[in-house]
Design a protein around this ligand. Structure first.
Ligand SMILES: *[C@@H]1O[C@H](CO)[C@@H](O)[C@H](O)[C@H]1NC(C)=O
Length: 93
């Protein structure tokens, strides 16, 4: 009885999570940054490999985008590599 309830809840969560992921893709919300590649406790290099975030802010590199997400509890994704076409006034750091 209880197990069934948990199973139902789980499949519900799974369904909706996939639904949201689908919606994000459909809306062209960019791709997930590979934050596992960085040890954010150690900080980021200042390498300039510009990335335009889905918030239209230019990040000097992917690591800084990950750091921003962690520090602000944000979930900015990668819109595309390179400069933003319509940059947001807000600065990166
Ligand atoms: C990340 O860096 C910190 C500080 O240098 C270190 O203590 C920690 O073990 C590192 N974590 C990983 C997963 O490498």
């Amino acid at each position: 009885m209880k197990a069934t309830g948990i199973f139902l809840l789980l499949s519900l969560a799974l369904c909706c999570y996939q639904g949201i992921a689908e919606a994000n893709r459909a809306a062209g919300r960019g791709r997930e940054p590979s934050c596992d590649n960085f040890n954010l406790s150690r900080g980021c290099t200042r390498d300039f490999e510009p990335i335009c975030g889905t918030d239209d802010v230019l990040y000097s590199n992917e690591c800084l985008l990950c750091l921003h997400n962690r520090q602000r509890g944000a979930s900015v994704r990668i819109k595309h590599r390179g400069m933003c076409q319509n940059p947001n006034a807000r600065s990166t750091n």
